[in-house]
Design a protein around this ligand. Sequence first.
Ligand code: C2E
Ligand code: CA
Ligand code: CA
Length: 437
Amino acid sequence: MDSLTPAGFFGALTEVSTRLADLKAGSVGVGVVSLYAQPDAALYRLPLEHMRRFERAMEREIRARLRAQDSLFAIDGKEWLIVLPNLSSAAVLTLAMLKFEQAFNEAPLEIDGIMLHMRVVCGAAISPEHGKDAFHLLQSARIAGLVAGRGDTGSQIYNPAMEQISPSLASLERDLRAAFAGGRELELHLQPKVHVPSGECRSAEALLRWRNSAGQWVPPPVVVSLIDRLGLRHRFNRWLFQCAAQILHGLRMEGLEVDVSINISATDLYDVEVPELIGQALATWSVAPERLCLEITETSMIDDGPGDSVSAVLGRLRALGLSLSIDDFGTGFSGMSRLKRLAVQEVKIDRSFVIDLLSSSRDREIAASIIDLSHRLGVEVTAEGVEDEQTAALLAEMECDYIQGFLYSKALPLADFVAWVRARTGVGLAAANMLEG
Ligand code: C2E
Ligand code: CA
Ligand code: CA
């Protein structure tokens, strides 16, 4: 397994934060590039194994064009964030983006004899001009990437005007608003979670899928930040809760006892209307609240000041009967002491600790202590991003309760998910025996 790339948005966030702290001590600028691959439609029809090879090939090619001090973070298989410290000028960023574009856009990428033509789109941002903190800097790079992706001008460095007048953002906004109005293009796909002792699929995570009017998939974190920037959060939540409740209703109609988790954002925790909207959606579809789980990232729970408003909203969500889960656990700094106080039902070990579980004793220790302490508190543990049998077997040995990842399936549209669960029923015991054996 390629263990070179640290995973995820939060890894990049931490790295940029560290670099920004250095910057205060008097060194030079930090740049961030968001690189987004738009392969032709052929990729989406390839089996998962090929998708993974595609991602690794992309990583290799990007890495070959980095300086020793740069770091690369894979966001989701189609988006990469590159942190470039010690910039002497913006020209270095422009040059880097040019190299990436040329590398991919001029010749197809070959994966097992399949030629993938694609377009690589880069957006960049520089500190401190384009973001006062790491989070805003990364967002600015992604906004520049969105603008670059919609036009034909090639890579872009962020400028604030992009947010006001950019025709690209405006057209994405139109697409998004239309999606809310018609409710067609926005979808929730379900990724199965497998209960380790029984091998059964008892729950699934609902993940946002959206194609813009040009038919391109937009990565969910980008959609979510766009929704925030456009002030559409409230409408999105309304749609999300209704859609999740409708899916739960659909699963019940199919005779399947499967719970569904949705992801809610940090800002939702400060929105007093959220519990009410969820309650309404569940009532509309006559769904029992216990069936719905809310995944909340660990980092969004950190700013729990003396006013304790996060705890207050969590309390009201719990009072509705919903279950709560801490997502991306291990990436924040809250540690186990808060776990008890937050009274959640589930903890999800972040993919960044799962990727190198077989090779890194440090990651094994982190995972083992998360599992052990969670169990002591009566909290169940899901490991996410599990891609291979050996890692699954190791997690089973560590008594992890649920496993989620490409090993079993990527997120599927409802009908495909139902078919997947049906096909799996009956093989549960065999899988469980295999893990024990
Ligand atoms: P997350 O909540 O950590 O979701 C898990 C992500 O990991 C998903 O990416 C999923 O497709 C991916 N994943 C699962 N198993 C594997 C694996 O074995 N290997 C690899 N490489 N990846 C795996 P996705 O769907 O692109 O979502 C990315 C993030 O976007 C999510 O991270 C979540 O933070 C956010 N997101 C997705 N849907 C929503 C939503 O409805 N609302 C909000 N607020 N955020 C969402
Ligand atoms: Ca999640
Ligand atoms: Ca997660």
